[in-house]
Design a protein around this ligand. Structure first.
Ligand code: T3D
Length: 263
């Protein structure tokens, strides 16, 4: 596929998707959704890709749905937003969560509406100090989607989730980090280097181990402690039989860096 609204690249085990409609703050069109879906499939299918970085071009990360795509003038036929969610946003969030490799979101600027929640669907979120998170849905009479009503209370607790969702105020990146909404806030000039460091570290780790960690953390949100203990046992058993575990232990004992196999 030839991409027009995103850029997809691969280097040194790191796949990178850059949302690329900077003049519209990388808001989502149907075409951009289709391109991201295609890119996620390409990343999943590439055995050399060990981590995915998601970011935006220009001064914004993503302003959610492109509202100029919506015919909402009086007299226009109403748009079926449920259809849009089903076709585009739901598979996007599910696709990010289901990827076997960790996804690092580099929030380079404002993340609003679905753009904010797509960032929260990623495994590690690093934001530039000038970035912000806005649950803009209430400003246009909508409910947070793309998992917002699921992620927010789990990440920051119900009081802060309610404030963010009901007021739609801008949450600066630094506060997002101090609330535990994201992993880290760094100076703007440091964002690329900080994300590259994290991506390189993940690309050197055991791909099977990381995939299992991602799966276990996701399952934990819906499991009882007993079910989660059983899942950890099963994953540990599977990993313990694998070459990466043997290599990791050997490398530790030989005081050298481990060399893990492909995913
Ligand atoms: O519809 C469905 O399928 C249902 C699913 C919905 C999911 C959603 O995401 S709903 C929420 C949609 N997003 C928003 O409501 C956010 C709208 N944008 C804003 O509130 C502001 O742009 C920001 C707070 C994000 C940033 O403000 P600021 O002042 O930094 O930038 P700006 O001047 O508003 O935006 C710059 C340009 O981008 C501007 O165009 P212009 O005037 O230079 O020609 C602006 O219109 C455009 N832009 C920003 N966001 C969107 C957009 N154009 C279309 N759609 C956008 N979402």
């Amino acid at each position: 596929m030839r991409y027009e609204q995103i850029v997809l690249s691969f280097a040194d085990g790191v796949a990178r998707i850059t949302l690329n409609r900077p003049d519209r703050l990388n808001s989502f069109t149907r075409q951009m959704h289709a391109e991201v879906r295609e890119a996620l499939a390409a990343v999943a299918a590439d055995p050399t890709a060990r981590v995915l970085v998601l970011t935006g071009a220009g001064r914004g990360f993503c302003a959610g749905q492109d509202l100029s795509d919506r015919a909402v003038s009086p007299g226009d036929a109403p748009v079926d937003l449920g259809e849009s969610i089903e076709r585009d946003y739901l598979p996007l969030v599910q696709g990010l969560r289901a990827l076997p490799m960790p996804v690092v979101c580099a929030v380079n600027g404002v993340a609003a509406g679905a753009g904010a929640n797509i960032a929260l669907a990623c495994d590690i979120v690093v934001a530039a100090r000038s970035a912000s998170f806005i649950q803009a849905f209430c400003r246009i009479g909508l409910v947070p989607d793309s998992g917002g009503t699921w992620f927010l209370p789990r990440l920051v607790g119900s009081a802060r989730a309610a404030g963010l969702a009901l007021l739609g105020d801008k949450l600066p990146a630094e506060q997002a980090a101090s609330w535990g909404l994201i992993w880290q806030c760094v100076d703007d000039a440091e964002l690329a280097a900080a994300v590259d460091r994290i991506a390189a570290q993940l690309a050197q780790a055991s791909p099977r181990g990381l995939a299992a960690i991602k799966r276990a953390l996701q399952s934990g949100a819906g499991n009882t402690l007993d079910a989660q203990l059983a899942l950890e046992r099963d994953l540990q058993r599977e990993l313990g039989f694998g070459a990466d575990y043997r290599e990791g232990v050997a490398a530790f004992l030989e005081k050298r860096a481990p060399r893990f196999g492909p995913r």
